[in-house]
Design a protein around this ligand. Structure first.
Ligand SMILES: *[C@@H]1O[C@H](CO)[C@@H](O)[C@H](O)[C@H]1NC(C)=O
Ligand SMILES: *[C@@H]1O[C@H](CO)[C@@H](O)[C@H](O)[C@H]1NC(C)=O
Ligand SMILES: *[C@@H]1O[C@H](CO)[C@@H](O)[C@H](O)[C@H]1NC(C)=O
Ligand SMILES: *[C@@H]1O[C@H](CO)[C@@H](O)[C@H](O)[C@H]1NC(C)=O
Ligand SMILES: *[C@@H]1O[C@H](CO)[C@@H](O)[C@H](O)[C@H]1NC(C)=O
Ligand SMILES: *[C@@H]1O[C@H](CO)[C@@H](O)[C@H](O)[C@H]1NC(C)=O
Ligand SMILES: *[C@@H]1O[C@H](CO)[C@@H](O)[C@H](O)[C@H]1NC(C)=O
Ligand SMILES: *[C@@H]1O[C@H](CO)[C@@H](O)[C@H](O)[C@H]1NC(C)=O
Ligand SMILES: *[C@@H]1O[C@H](CO)[C@@H](O)[C@H](O)[C@H]1NC(C)=O
Length: 551
């Protein structure tokens, strides 16, 4: 995922690439990332048949629903339109995948003869010891229900892509070891990467990630490497965007070529990049008979963008806006809310009887770390949304009449079960506490903070808040909501560095959890007034864009 993503270009026999003829020459400025937050491994297509819509798919690992699809008509405004993996029956053993860097890897979206296809790798499932390659298809990508049960393509590779040969043969291709392999029925090694490999450890390899390219007129090779590889790289620079790679290319209605890639923000020296690998866009020039030339990834870019157009004919939600969620009677859980593995059935109820305008959470025995004594398929009660802004304020009100020792409800900045920062309200044997604790597999975990409160905190609403107040730190606060919901006296409980939740393949989620910590409790929590307010994006060391410019 970090090093081994290499695009193979296959030119149709005899013709080469169509000339860059009627390209738009009027350039506009835009900012990266185009999909901020945990949207790695982008793959995008342009679909003239859907009134000139671009559609991108992203990796999701153990986040569920999996494989989010975003659509745009102008490459700047992206609407979350559906998820490919939305039902347990599509892949039941997903719920048993233990490694938090496993799960749904690197989908590629393609459109062929009026059908949409997603090829994707499921890592760590129980059916196969290591990985299983899947292909989903749908006729309507705007409808979650259109994606069926995937078929297995057998190949042992990842970062896969589908290719349709003129004679109707379909190949699935992917990275394996140091090269690219493809298979109809059998695996066949077609090209070896120029350098790098997939064996490097995650995280440390992040800033070395880059993109190389090779071409052939025949899908089975031989392949010629571009003499001046890599084609896309911020390696050996001090650029704020690092690890650029995992490219997909597509052409717009004007004939302009574009590329998407993943990148992290913070520069090569920063240990804090909590949002993980995000989706960036860059212009590509591709003259007939030549190699494509990629503009290198920066925060502020310019290119021949299509005109602004927000008319995407689908339900969904544009990325970048605030959350103002009241959980009103009859409302659904918002499309961009996320669980870790499958949600526990019955654990999340919008506006239950006698508690309108709340989300009722039934606690799980497992807390966000989990415990060796429980199986993962039991699930964790946690509902979240991605951190999509460098600076944000997230808050919820929670009514939690805890009755049994060790019951706990709270908010979390969550990267994996090994890396999360939690502020909870809990009942211990000697009183009621606000408790801050966290886990980190990268750094020394933060010290536990116990802040005693009186038992009225269990009877009334408590506001919990997280402020990402600069690019590297989070502040955790809580206060009792008395009369005026807009003026709650919040106490600061902890400040934690974002580097505690940086690294690996995933990106941070912020949300609410409820757990018995393995105890005998079952007291539900009632969550209301869910707010997420974007406050700014860092696009270079000293360059920010603010919500009035991007929301
Ligand atoms: C998941 O694991 C549990 C407990 O080991 C097991 O009972 C269940 O059959 C597994 N589910 C699938 C779909 O593999
Ligand atoms: C779509 O997938 C289903 C299996 O879920 C398969 O039966 C069907 O043939 C596929 N359709 C296309 C057009 O590939
Ligand atoms: C590609 O090469 C193979 C092996 O040489 C050959 O059998 C096949 O016909 C070629 N395909 C095309 C489309 O030229
Ligand atoms: C980065 O610099 C090192 C040392 O000079 C060199 O070996 C490597 O090829 C460079 N990598 C890229 C992608 O430019
Ligand atoms: C527009 O942007 C593209 C991509 O960066 C560049 O190749 C082209 O020269 C620019 N055109 C103008 C008129 O600046
Ligand atoms: C209350 O209990 C917790 C957990 O057992 C313990 O860490 C803490 O020191 C106790 N506090 C007091 C004041 O006894
Ligand atoms: C963010 O704030 C923390 C705590 O005040 C400080 O230590 C850190 O240097 C700040 N980070 C940046 C990038 O300003
Ligand atoms: C999680 O729960 C287990 C018991 O099931 C407990 O031992 C552990 O301390 C808890 N840890 C965290 C960080 O939540
Ligand atoms: C749960 O309840 C049982 C039966 O009352 C008791 O034996 C056990 O110690 C309790 N477990 C915890 C973790 O409190």
């Amino acid at each position: 995922m970090w090093l081994a993503s290499i695009i193979t270009l296959v030119l149709s026999t005899g013709l080469g690439v169509k000339p860059h003829a009627v390209a738009n020459t009027k350039n506009a400025t835009y900012t990266n990332p185009i999909l901020p937050g945990f949207f790695p491994d982008p793959s995008c297509i342009f679909v003239p048949e859907l009134s000139n819509t671009f559609i991108c798919a992203s990796s999701s690992f153990l986040a569920f629903p999996g494989i989010p699809l975003h659509a745009s008509k102008d490459l700047i405004h992206w609407k979350l339109i559906s998820h490919v993996f939305i039902r347990r029956e599509q892949y039941p053993s997903f719920g048993n995948i233990s490694n938090n860097q496993f799960g749904v890897y690197a989908p590629t979206i393609r459109f062929h003869e009026n059908t949409f296809y997603i090829s994707v790798t499921m890592f760590g499932s129980s059916e196969y010891p290591y990985l299983e390659n899947l292909v989903f298809n749908a006729s309507d990508p705007f409808d979650d229900r259109s994606w069926g049960i995937p078929i297995s393509t057998q190949g042992q590779a990842y970062d896969t892509s589908l290719f349709w040969e003129d004679d109707g043969t379909i190949y699935d291709q992917g990275a394996a070891g140091l090269g690219i392999v493809q298979w109809k029925v059998d695996l066949q090694s077609v090209w070896s990467a120029t350098e790098g490999g997939s064996g490097d450890a995650e995280g440390t390899a992040a800033t070395k990630h880059h993109e190389s390219i090779a071409r052939s007129r025949n899908i089975t090779g031989p392949y010629e490497s571009k003499p001046a590889n890599p084609v896309l790289s911020n390696v050996n620079t001090t650029q704020y965007f690092t690890g650029t790679g995992h490219v997909d290319l597509f052409k717009d209605a004007q004939g302009n070529w574009w590329g998407v890639a993943l990148a992290t923000r913070g520069g090569p020296k920063s240990a804090a990049y909590p949002m993980g690998r995000e989706t960036v866009l860059f212009p590509v020039s591709w003259e007939a008979g030549e190699w494509p030339v990629f503009d290198q990834v920066r925060g502020i870019m310019s290119g021949p963008l299509p005109p602004i157009d927000l008319e995407i004919n689908a339900h969904g939600r544009f990325i970048g806006g605030p959350d103002i969620v009241e959980f009103g009677p009859g409302s659904d859980i918002p499309i961009h809310f996320t669980y870790w593995r499958f949600p526990i059935s019955g654990a999340y109820t919008v506006s239950p009887a006698k508690h309108p305008h709340t989300l009722r959470l039934v606690p799980s025995a497992l807390n966000l770390t989990g415990s060796p004594n429980h199986v993962l398929s039991d699930g964790q009660t946690f509902i979240s949304r991605r951190q999509t802004d460098t600076l944000f304020t997230y808050s919820v009100d929670i009514n939690f009449p805890a009755a049994v020792e060790n019951e706990e409800v709270g908010i979390s900045v969550f990267l994996t079960q090994d890396q999360h920062l939690d502020l909870g309200l809990t009942k211990l044997n000697n009183g009621t506490y606000l408790r801050f604790r966290g886990r980190s597999s990268k750094e020394i975990p933060p010290a536990e903070i116990l802040h005693r409160v009186d038992s009225t905190w269990l009877a009334e609403k408590v506001r919990f808040q997280i402020d990402a107040f600069n690019a590297t730190h989070y502040r955790f606060l809580a206060g009792k909501v008395e009369e005026d919901v807009d003026r709650v006296p919040l106490r600061e409980i902890a400040v934690a560095p974002a580097s505690l939740v940086s690294g690996g393949y995933t990106g941070t989620l912020v949300g609410v959890y409820a757990t018995t910590n393995g105890g005998n409790g079952s007291t539900p929590a009632y969550v209301s007034r869910w707010r997420y307010r974007p406050r700014g994006q860092a696009v270079d060391y000293d360059t920010w864009v603010y919500p009035d410019e991007y929301c």
